[in-house]
Ligand binder design. Sequence first.
Ligand SMILES: [Ca+2]
Ligand SMILES: [Ca+2]
Ligand SMILES: [Ca+2]
Length: 217
Amino acid sequence: MKKQFFFTTFFGFCFIFGVFSFAQQSATLKIIHLECHKTTERSEDEVYFIISGKTNRGKNIIERVPGYNHGDHWDMNDGKKDANRNIRNRQVFTMNLDSGEIVQLNVLMMEEDGGTSKEWQQLAGAILIKIPDPTGTCQTIGSISLIISPFLNFKDRDDFIGSFAVTIQNKDGVLITQWAGLDQVEKFQSNWENHCNWFWLMMNGDGAYYGAVFSVE
Ligand SMILES: [Ca+2]
Ligand SMILES: [Ca+2]
Ligand SMILES: [Ca+2]
């Protein structure tokens, strides 16, 4: 009886440990800090993000943040007021990853003016088809500026401030990230301030200058 109890308990722990070590994990891409050093024009910037992503399980992701429509944005400026010059602790994107699942997200920081020549979904789709099947290594996809130029080829178009890619892997319940600065990025660094899932970059597209720290948690 004692022996049976031992085996039941032992295998019970193994089962529970197994379930937890191969658990699904939620992964959230967050802005830790976004700071406007210089706007695209003299007035306020209206910033938004376009995200195109692909998983190694065949899922595609297309998102616009903070909203879905032209006119949805966060106001930012380079004046002295802290409000609007800085954005802190905002969720950009979240998803669940199964154990072994990998996603590569390509993120574009944009600024609203007269819009894009086609819907933002088509612009995001043009990026999406260039992303190779994720392997866990962050893969660059060539010139983002070239890919999106057909959508930004008129006067008073939206501005393209910067771009980066992040690969997130759920390895036995632990999230592992790899980052890369892409077009319109002056400099970037992973493991910012010794945080293993933090990424710092300076973006300088279309006359703007922005610093940012993103995280995955
Ligand atoms: Ca502008
Ligand atoms: Ca604007
Ligand atoms: Ca513009």
